[in-house]
Design a protein around this ligand. Structure first.
Ligand SMILES: [Zn+2]
Length: 289
């Protein structure tokens, strides 16, 4: 028997937010998951995080889709727009309400600053509003997070331990402006899209326990996590971001791909741009991954 055929296909996604032009940091993130998936013969899906109608714009979305196409990122299956799944988010929000896990919070930022400790990922919300019976209207909804240690194995960074209560406090599920929060929607999207592997930058490592916690409540099966530590290259990426307010250069897709590739592969740089086509680049990159 061929074991390969019996193995479940791995599925991951890249999820840009069309609230600005795609920058080199986005391409680095996309490339990391794309190479991993190509090497493992899996599926790479595209999710558009367009819930924040204050910030998302049609021209940014068009630039994002056009850029990915020009750079040769091929996504399997149709694009998943978060804005098409509001009913799902409402369904799971109601589930949390029924379980009495949410409470309203009308704290302003300065107030949160006053009563919360500064954590590694912002203020650790103290539960200030928990017993105040604040109505949902014009307030955020926070979840009562457990004071419990979560342990998981990151495919790259190894064994990790996180305590949501101590690291983040009661985190926001629905924002004051009515928009569902990323940590909440992401769990539902991963479930809807049948994601098996979450491949992201290490800046999102802190959120794994929140995802495990919500998955357990919703009865979703767990997925694998891989976080790429790009700290070595962070300065370069930040620099590229700040120097490129108009977004990446899609008139020179090969140049942009090489730039992103070199940011990932410090020790294995492509020094010259002798690729005839975008396809040539990808063949090289996948082979040398
Ligand atoms: Zn509050």
């Amino acid at each position: 028997m061929d074991n390969e055929n019996n193995k479940k296909k791995i599925i991951t996604r890249f999820a840009p937010t069309p609230s600005g032009f795609l920058h080199i940091g986005n391409i680095v993130a996309a490339m990391i998951s794309y190479l991993y998936i190509k090497k493992n013969n899996g599926k790479w899906l595209l999710r558009i995080d367009d819930l924040d109608y204050h910030r998302c714009r049609q021209n940014y979305l068009e630039f994002t889709l056009k850029s990915l196409e020009k750079l040769g990122f091929e996504h399997n299956s149709k694009i998943y727009y978060q804005s098409h799944y509001n009913e799902d988010y409402k369904f799971y929000l109601n589930l949390l309400k029924q379980k009495n896990m949410l409470y309203g919070c009308d704290c302003t930022r300065p107030l949160i600053k006053q009563h919360s400790a500064q954590g590694e990922h912002g203020y650790v919300y103290s539960g200030f509003c928990k017993d105040k019976n604040i109505t949902e209207k014009n307030s955020a909804l926070r979840i009562k997070s457990p004071d419990k240690m979560w342990q998981f194995n990151d495919l790259i960074l190894g064994t990790q331990q996180q305590n949501i209560k101590q690291d983040l406090g009661d985190f926001v599920i629905k924002r004051k402006d009515g928009i569902m929060a990323y940590l909440f929607t992401n769990v539902i999207d991963d479930y809807n899209m049948k994601i098996t592997h979450s491949i992201k930058g290490a800046d999102l490592l802190f959120s794994v326990a929140t995802q495990q916690f919500l998955k357990q409540i919703f009865n979703f099966s767990s997925i694998k996590f891989a976080h790429f530590d790009l700290i070595k290259n962070n300065n370069n990426i930040k620099l590229s971001k700040s120097t490129s307010a108009t977004g990446i250069d899609i008139k020179n897709p090969i140049k942009t791909l090489i730039q992103a590739y070199n940011l990932i592969n410090n020790s294995n740089k492509i020094l010259s741009a002798d690729f005839d086509s975008v396809d040539d680049f990808w063949q090289y990159a996948i082979l040398n991954y």
